[in-house]
Design a protein around this ligand. Sequence first.
Ligand SMILES: Nc1ncnc2c1ncn2[C@@H]1O[C@H](COP(=O)(O)OP(=O)(O)OP(=O)(O)O)[C@@H](O)[C@H]1O
Length: 219
Amino acid sequence: MSVPLQDPAPTLTVRDLHLTLAGRVILTATHLTLAPGELVHLRGENGAGKTTLLRALAGELPCQGVVQLQGHAPGSRPARARTAFISTEPALLDDLTVHENLQFMAAAWNSPHIPILNLAHAFGLAPWLDAWPTELSRGTRQKVALSLALGLGLPLTLLDEPFSTLDTASRDVLRDALQARLHAGGSILLTTHGADLMGLPSRALEISQGELRAAVQAA
Ligand SMILES: Nc1ncnc2c1ncn2[C@@H]1O[C@H](COP(=O)(O)OP(=O)(O)OP(=O)(O)O)[C@@H](O)[C@H]1O
């Protein structure tokens, strides 16, 4: 007897999320799910609430409602162990070299160091491995952070405008790394201002004036 195929459990589930800052409701999201191997592309104008949503899902901002990452609340230890979040100004440890940062983060996540280093090489970071983070340009710092985020191979990757500071060759490397993460069953939520996702299969969501709306289209 054949067993009916079932949809895999979502990596991320959001229902009736409300986020209030300084007495003002900044963000509402009635419904959002992210399946394994799915890329959701969050679009919206300046100030729409994209970064705020990513920060809430990463556990950096407290919110009300149902938010579950593989059954865990954002910010909890198990949720943090499953989430990579790269902001537009990614933090690195300034008293460690780039290579030491990569090794330290791999050890902190109990993850192999080699996939991270391979991505760093693909991004052309070899000349920067012995540099200090304070010596890096914005785009180079972003490439270090993206090597970490995608090389860790965590179930959920949250990326705030990951393409914005990258040159053409690095955008291609990022596209291939995102594709590989999706093939491995990772879930990705990323923000952009525009619509160009370089051919990556994605589901677009629109966020406007702090309100997350229903799906727009598959790309
Ligand atoms: N700490 C805070 N206190 C009060 N309001 C805030 C705070 N952080 C963000 N906001 C407000 O939340 C709203 C959404 O900001 P957010 O940074 O999420 O927008 P965004 O869509 O990422 O914009 P952009 O494309 O410009 O980066 C804005 O109106 C902003 O002023």
